[in-house]
Design a protein around this ligand. Structure first.
Ligand code: HEM
Length: 464
């Protein structure tokens, strides 16, 4: 469903979000504090489409499978992700991802697909399990820890090794959680308007990017020296990009390889940590589902006990719990496009320049789409209900032409992490309730996510 050019007179603009906001500023304070509640209450009050100004920018919010379909399948010349995500350009670097022309971005994504395909996922599964096991092995026999910090460190190690490689991980290891955090904290509402204004967070972001880029450049030089095609005998994403050739048969420029790797870590590391954290919170809050997941671990991991990609694929109970975490707490709560000309979207007239906003967090709680939407109910994905089968209903990984290319990698990673954690430790949350921290772009549970843990002996595990 493609947005039609505006048939001016007959269509109307969506209703204005009520609330008496200042005409230029709009509901900026509420939006900064908690955009999801603002959009969710807006939908309850005026319906699935409404508009509001935000710091001088006209925003059109659209919600529901039909509107999502129209946005996700729209031509880039009509609804542009590139123009909407310009504020990320300082992280990606010039000419990379959304800073490239749509055809160039598609070509860049084409180059990295082999590193995320099913054969490579088998190799990634070994790294994921190795890191998760090593991580737990460093914990004492029992204690209390901040699970979000732990999951962040673990996904930093996994993303770094699978994407950029072991040499980079060895060299930069201890600094990486802070460097990635500085990159990620450089994405602020202020950046949506002007990513180059001199905020301290933006300076830290730029310093972190420069440090990561220079260390990757060093690894590239060393690999090129070691093997002419540059793979260095590795099976990470860097090796894939060094082996790639453009349409004229030339190797990709180093800045593109470096920018692509940084953008992949940026797209996939913290988002995976947050999805893993919510999966844990929901499992620990629902003992009956936790027991079913443990039972599945015993059934699937007979024999070598190794969490191979094939074994992970068979963990369908765990997968449904992760999907329910994706639905209730999608790591990316806002997806955006810029209207490049006047158009009609799902029956509403939009002017060129409008920022079109979708929200997985709001859409996933629509009672018309998901029955009893606030309830943790992984069985909603089982046939015949299969509520996620309705196209563009579950959009935690986007949809259409820009759907996330790292979905399988992310799911495999979260599965591996929880497969290992549940087999090695008994966990209990310290607090009963965990709310999302909407002050960041990737809302995790409000920190600290304290859990008490006790390592499990083989016998204790069998008795659980
Ligand atoms: C839980 C983890 C993840 C979540 C929730 C997530 C979510 C998303 C979403 C919602 C989009 C669509 C954005 C839009 O349409 O505006 C997207 C795109 C993308 N994601 Fe992910 N992602 C995750 C992990 C990953 C990983 C691990 C990688 C790579 C290693 C990755 C790479 C990408 C890329 C390259 C795109 C852009 C695709 C395109 O525009 O053609 N993501 N992701």
């Amino acid at each position: 469903m493609t947005p039609a050019p505006a048939d001016q007179g007959r269509r109307r603009t969506a209703p204005l979000l009520p609330g008496g906001h200042a005409p230029w500023l709009g509901p900026v304070m509420g939006f900064r504090r908690d955009p999801v509640t603002l959009l969710r209450t807006g939908r309850e009050r005026v319906g699935n489409a409404f508009r509001f100004p935000l710091l001088g920018q006209q925003v059109h919010f659209a919600c529901g499978p039909d509107a999502h379909a129209a946005v996700f399948t729209a031509d880039e010349a009509v609804l542009s992700p590139r123009e909407a995500y310009r504020f990320m350009a300082p992280v990606f670097g010039p000419g990379v991802a959304y800073d490239a022309e749509p055809e160039a971005m598609a070509e860049q994504i084409g180059h990295l697909l082999p590193a995320l395909g099913s054969r490579r996922l088998e190799a990634h599964a070994r790294v994921m399990e190795e890191e998760a096991e090593a991580h737990v092995a460093r914990w004492q026999e029992a204690g209390e820890l901040d699970l979000l910090t732990e999951l962040n460190r673990l996904t930093v190690a996994i993303a770094t090794r699978c994407l950029i490689g072991d040499e980079f991980h060895r060299r930069m290891g201890p600094q990486l959680p802070d460097l990635y955090h500085d990159l990620e904290s450089g994405i602020r509402l202020a950046g949506v308007l002007s990513p180059r204004v001199p905020l301290p967070a933006f300076r830290r972001r730029d310093r972190a990017r420069a440090a990561i880029a220079s260390a990757i450049a060093q690894v590239i030089a060393e690999r090129r020296k070691a093997t002419p095609e540059g793979s260095g005998g590795q099976r990470d994403m860097l090796a894939t990009l060094l082996a790639a050739r453009d349409t004229r048969g030339a190797p990709l420029p180093d800045e593109i390889v470096i920018g692509t790797l940084i953008s992949m870590v940026f797209a996939g590391q913290h988002t995976s940590a947050v999805l893993a954290a919510w999966t844990g919170v929901l499992l620990l809050r629902h003992p009956e589902h936790l027991a079913a997941v443990r039972e599945e671990q015993r059934a699937v991991l007979t024999g070598s006990g190794e969490a191979t990609a094939r074994a992970l694929h068979r963990m369908q109970v765990l997968e449904r719990c992760i999907r329910e975490a994706e639905r209730l707490h999608p790591p990316l709560v806002l997806l955006m496009r810029k209207a490049m000309r006047d158009l009609t979207l799902d029956g509403h007239r939009l002017e060129a320049g409008t920022l079109v906003m979708l929200s997985p967090a709001v859409a996933h709680r629509m009672p018309e789409v998901f029955r009893d939407p606030d309830r943790f109910d992984p069985s909603r994905y089982e046939a015949p209900r299969a509520e996620h089968r309705q196209p563009y209903s579950l959009i935690g990984f986007g949809g259409g032409k820009h759907r996330c290319v790292g979905t399988a990698f992310a799911y495999q990673q979260v599965k591996t992490v929880w497969s290992v954690l549940l087999r090695r430790v008994d966990l209990k949350t310290v607090r009963a309730d965990h709310k999302p921290d909407y002050s960041t772009f990737v809302p995790a549970p409000v920190a600290p996510l304290s859990v008490r843990y006790r390592k499990l002996s083989r016998r204790a595990l069998e008795q659980m």
